[in-house]
Design a protein around this ligand. Sequence first.
Ligand code: GDP
Ligand code: MG
Length: 344
Amino acid sequence: MTSGICVIIPAYNASRTIHQVVASALKHVEKVFVFDDGSTDGTAATASEAGAELIKSDVNKGKGNALKILFQKAADAGYDTVISMDADGQHDPEEIPHLINEHALHPDDIIVGSRMHEKEKIPRGRYNSMHVARFYISFCANQFIEDTQCGFRLYPLSLFQKIRLTKERYVTETEILMKAGDSGYIIRPVKIRAIYDDAGSHFRPVIDVAAIAAYVISYLQIKWLKEGLTSNRPFTYIPNNLRDRIAKHKNIDLLYQFIAVSVTLPSAVVFFLGYILLSPVFNNYVLVRRYYGGFFRILLASFMLPVLLIVSISEKVLKVMNIRFKLVDALIQWAYPNHWIPRK
Ligand SMILES: Nc1nc2c(ncn2[C@@H]2O[C@H](COP(=O)(O)OP(=O)(O)O)[C@@H](O)[C@H]2O)c(=O)[nH]1
Ligand SMILES: [Mg+2]
């Protein structure tokens, strides 16, 4: 049993699994906090029965909101480190010691579970979107992150004094990694099992993926503008920066994200030119230069995004017509390689 570390679980209609998750987690930590987010299926009572301390909301506000409240709750209770886990049984509490052991070796770092080594167990569409997401999110975070979409993580709570969270629902966890990495934190993977048995999901493949993509693209554009014009300054995040201030106003944020996504390709060309032409003057994009392909691969990857969309839709249409045609996986592997120079 490790003191100073607690487990936090955002939960929404998870009565089938929450008892087992809480009870097993309590074998490894002294305290488990569960945030019940307006569940209608008895999640709250089941979590309490299993021994969790419960926080309850009557209306559903999504995973991001729940996590923010849980970080605060854990800090108020005197913990300096939290482990976040999903409520639906997709994370095995018996693997909590893997995160704790890695934390003991690297107490200042963020530890993130990675399922990417178990590709065959992850639904194909999910794996592919995780692969593309990590390509871009890694550039936001100035380092390669193996699995950017895994919610089984260990955070030092001091992190949340250094970054400001502005996004909601499933975007929050991506925002945390980007801002942490972009302010100098090291993000370390630990291998965990990928569990996709029969867990239902609240994740909406189109809306939630689009929300994450729009935030990542709109974040990167401000970051790369700064990085392109300054020398050797890869860590561009400071709380309440321009991107955070835009995010404060919902409608302005939506409009800005729409414009940012619309100009993805021309802006990639501009940054690429800045990468080539300004580097003798400014020692710019220093961490992009730790990526073997440099900005040329980023440019190529960005131009592949619309191609990928067309090929994915074609695959789906052909499938309906009973014609099997699988090009997307190969295209993704080719266009979004993860060739980062390893950290020493
Ligand atoms: N508090 C809260 N937690 C949520 C909500 N939606 C999802 N979660 C948590 O996030 C985890 C992952 O969400 P899920 O819908 O399973 O997405 P997936 O695992 O990525 O398919 C769930 O197991 C819950 O722990 C929500 O609306 N409120
Ligand atoms: Mg799930």
